[in-house]
Design a protein around this ligand. Sequence first.
Ligand code: NAI
Length: 417
Amino acid sequence: MENQFAIRDIGLFPSGERKITWVKQYMPLLNMLEQEYSAGKPFMGQRVLMCLHLEAKTAYLARVIQSGGAEVTVVASNPLSTQDDVVAALVQSGIKAFAWHGATPEEYRQHLVQAVSTRPTLIIDDGGDIVSLLHSNQSFLSCDIIGGCEETTTGVQRLRAMEKDGILSFPMIAVNDAMCKHLFDNRYGTGQSVWDGIMRTTNLLIAGKKVVVIGYGWCGKGVAMRAKGLGARVTICEVDPIRAIEALMDGFDVKPLAQAAREGEFFITVTGNLKAIRKEHFALMPDGAVLANAGHFDVEIDISALRSLATSVSQARPGVQAFHLSGDKTLYLLAEGRLVNLAVGDGHPAQIMDLSFALQAMSVKYLMENRRNLPVKVVQVPREIDERVARMCLASQNVEIDAMTEEQIQYLKEWRD
Ligand code: NAI
């Protein structure tokens, strides 16, 4: 019989269950969808594979999909963000799981292979690892696959590269690109949770400190905004001239990293790109500088270059590695360069993930219901889903908005007047 799970310890489930119960109180949209799906069972007969950061909010999404009748499997999208107690709680409620915290690269890949062996029909991916694995070996590409949804910027970039190379073999919905995702999750979610991760791991003061944010995209804007709110002096490094102007007009200093590196006390990468901080930058940084990454993969800080410069490496605190460089200089790397808000924190607030995961739950249903009409491409989330999520979110907070009059609707359609 095929393995149902590979996890750290099933006995940890009570603590995981408590974490899920806590976040459920703050996810009204998922509460509503759970009721809707429990009644209608839209996913009956489907096998849904979710490759996400396995913590309480994702666990609740898995339960919502399960309530709709699906057989659900979860696997980690990052070895350090997995919370073993939460995974145990999922297994306890009949969900297959292949993940444990701190899995080695070999174990991580093995878990992905075990997960795709469940022959999913629908996929929810975060970063593109499952879709990439499915396309790496023809035997994984079962004809049952209807398609999937992608959660993050980096995953969508990978999917677009696959589409361009003509190898993408099923439709993938770019959930990240929905307004109710990147405007709130990437900006406000990352903004808050990155600082939560940094502060709880280092216990250092941010007010008055020089913070360098590398990348002023949706996530970078949030990280910079919250740093400013904490009283930091913030510098932005960008490669895109338009985003650089945006940062300038938002009131930040903008300069190349080669200049900012000399004075920064905290450096945070959020580029989705590799080696945003390199050897030449480490050499310029002052003693005691703290380095953190919030981009999807642990490639943004060139850790092998940092290691090559170090005379020794030690553990300063849990989640903080000290790289001792020659000349009495120490640089501190958080969370081994993995995304700091999830590897040493609990990720985004539940209310933010409620929006993102409502989009996921609705998009995966849309995908299933429209399977015959969707092109084998990266597909946008339909505007109606985005708007429904926004309206549900406002309603859950008892916020009302205006509606256009008929005259206004007609006026906006008219070009003569
Ligand atoms: P984005 O595409 O909006 O922004 C990235 C920015 O980085 C762009 O403005 C780009 O010009 C800039 N950039 C690229 N290379 C650079 C370099 N070498 N130096 C300076 N700037 C550079 O992407 P978004 O949505 O902000 O996502 C960034 C990363 O964060 C992605 O990997 C994404 O998957 C990840 N992400 C992480 C989350 C978390 O919880 N930590 C949440 C959502 C996304």
